[in-house]
Design a protein around this ligand. Structure first.
Ligand SMILES: C[S@@+](CC[C@H](N)C(=O)[O-])C[C@H]1O[C@@H](n2cnc3c(N)ncnc32)[C@H](O)[C@@H]1O
Length: 234
């Protein structure tokens, strides 16, 4: 169960009403009984399954201000140099971290595979008067060839488990070439989707693509504890 839900979501949970079709739904009911907090089997989103993206109508969970205390964005600010910092964020959804990081960067590129996420991100950033370049990528190409060797910080937060197993290595390889020497890539994963063994496998993918592991540990607090790995490029 996520730590925060909107009124509508609480109501939907009680009635097993599907947020998309607004009907009382057997799949939602079954999922609720199995304590599956996403209750979205019929949308094809199987929580934690590789290659299964979080549906965009779930993205509001990620925007809850309480995340500021449970997963302080401040801890990552040191990776963005004061002048001319370039950030490439992969899988921003609607920009929980983006809204903090973009204030410090002189160039910010946000890449997501879901156009609806990017639309939501653009609207939110405009509201906050933040300048963010957005790109919609495909499953096989991040479309970041033009960023070779210029990026200081690459956050890959809570999304690598959504990349299909067969695409993981290629995905990492594309990111490595964007990183500046001494730049930083940080990978975080939620404990409820990824266990320690799988996280170690994910870390190995980035090492195989040529990154050096600086630190492996945990970030976040309480029910938002994350696996975290920090990498750099020589
Ligand atoms: C659970 S959300 C995490 C959002 C954000 N990073 C955060 O921590 O709040 C995962 C995001 O990754 C995106 N995503 C999934 N697979 C992707 C891929 N192959 N390339 C780019 N983005 C992807 C999804 O569309 C979604 O917006």
């Amino acid at each position: 169960m996520p730590f925060w839900r909107s009124k509508d979501e609480k109501k939907a949970e009680k009635t097993h009403e599907c947020k998309d079709c607004k009907h009382d739904c057997d799949n939602c009911k079954k999922a609720a009984e199995e304590h599956d907090h996403h209750h979205h089997h019929h949308h094809g989103h199987v929580p934690g399954k590789e290659g299964s993206v979080m549906p965009s109508h779930m993205a509001n969970h990620l925007l809850h201000p309480g995340r500021r205390f449970l997963e302080p964005p401040r801890q990552f600010m040191k990776y963005i140099p004061k002048n001319n910092g370039v950030v490439l964020e992969i899988g921003p959804a609607q920009g929980f971290f983006t809204q903090y990081f973009a204030r410090k960067a002189s160039r910010y590129i946000a890449v997501d595979i879901q156009p609806e996420m990017i639309k939501g991100l653009e609207a939110r950033m405009k509201e906050k008067k933040l300048t963010v370049e957005t790109r919609v990528c495909t499953a096989t190409s991040l479309g970041v060839e033009d960023l070779e060797g210029i990026v200081d910080f690459i956050p890959v937060f809570l999304m690598f488990h959504e990349v299909p197993a067969a695409e993981k290595q290629h995905f990492a390889d594309q990111l490595i070439s964007c990183l500046k020497p001494k730049g930083t890539l940080v990978l975080t994963e939620p404990q409820h989707h990824v266990d320690a063994v799988r996280f170690a496998e994910e870390v190995a993918v980035f090492e195989k693509s040529g990154l050096k592991l600086v630190k492996k540990g945990m970030s976040g607090r309480l029910n938002q504890k994350r696996f975290m790995a920090e990498f750099t490029r020589d």
